[in-house]
Design a protein around this ligand. Structure first.
Ligand SMILES: [Zn+2]
Ligand SMILES: [Zn+2]
Length: 291
């Protein structure tokens, strides 16, 4: 677990190596800090899974819960929403005016944050669509502010659920064993083992080193990757079978504390390159990023 101090240091180090990400980091590093601080105030009771249900899930290699079952601390999420709107107003010029609008709308009760949070958890795209239209804010921005505000609760909930996985064999699948969502990033640990990170609950799980994480294709001819000599810590794996890509961070090549979301936001050039080549990523970036 990374401390707030380490997060600050890692962000400063990345800023030095890749100055073009300075303005982006000025905003996002502050958002990540606010989320980490928020985590310390969150109070939620753990999601309980009955033993019989747990056995069925294990047998069928199903995730522990559906994302709609995550519990959130509403008060803490509302406070964080205001905080992130303020940060956007001050440090994210492109989001600035909508951030102010959203904060005001939230405070005048012209829209209920609870509705937004619940629509994100339940993946109700029509509700999100209508809400965005009514507030006259791009849907993707609305989802970004909403998701960023509940992400700490979701993470705490998923950390609590991890207790159920301790004695279970690795599923070795390309979906999150906690909530079933896709990974948005992979990393190699100091021993060279491959892990994936969930795009929704940020749970990290171990998988085999080789093969596509999305379609489980192992055929060498359809698995490729690219990297740049200036950034030896990153690689992008491409699969010609399902046309997905995933970014991989090699922790053996970095001398900073690893905070996945920080690495994610400062490798957007790799996403662009992979997309130019015609690949997509099933673990969408849309939750975490709004540029
Ligand atoms: Zn998950
Ligand atoms: Zn694939």
């Amino acid at each position: 677990m990374i401390t707030i101090e380490q997060l600050k240091q890692s962000s400063d180090l990345i800023k030095k190596i890749r100055p073009s990400y300075g303005p982006i980091l000025d905003f996002y590093a502050r958002v990540f800090l606010a989320q980490e601080k928020c985590k310390q105030d969150i109070r939620i009771s753990p999601v309980v899974i009955e033993e019989d249900l747990l056995k069925i899930k294990q047998k069928n290699k199903l995730p522990l819960i559906d994302q709609s079952e995550f519990l959130i601390d509403l008060k803490a999420s509302e406070r964080l929403f205001d905080k992130i709107c303020d940060l956007a107003y001050n440090f994210a010029p492109k989001l600035s005016s909508n951030a102010q609008l959203l904060k005001n709308a939230g405070q005048t009760q012209s829209f209920d944050l609870k509705t937004l949070f619940s629509a994100i958890l339940n993946n109700q795209s029509s509700t999100l669509h209508d809400l965005a239209k009514r507030l006259n804010v791009p849907e993707q921005e609305l989802v970004f502010f909403g998701y960023a505000s509940i992400a700490p609760s979701i993470r705490i909930c998923s950390e609590q659920l991890e207790a159920y996985l301790i004695d279970m064999p690795d599923l070795n699948k390309g979906y999150c064993p906690v909530c079933g969502n896709h990974p948005d990033m992979a990393f190699l640990d100091p021993e060279g083992k491959r892990h994936l990170k969930c795009c929704f609950c940020a749970h990290e799980w171990h998988v085999k080193r080789m093969g596509c994480v999305f379609c489980e294709n192992n055929d060498k001819d359809s698995q490729h990757y690219f990297f740049s000599d200036e950034e030896k810590e990153y690689r992008v794996n491409l699969c010609d079978n399902c046309h997905n890509y995933i970014k991989l961070v090699d922790l053996r090549q970095i001398d900073r504390a690893f905070y996945p979301k920080l690495e994610q936001i400062t490798t957007l050039h790799l996403d662009m390159k992979a997309r130019e080549k015609g690949y997509t990523n099933a673990g969408s970036l849309a939750n975490d990023v709004s540029l």
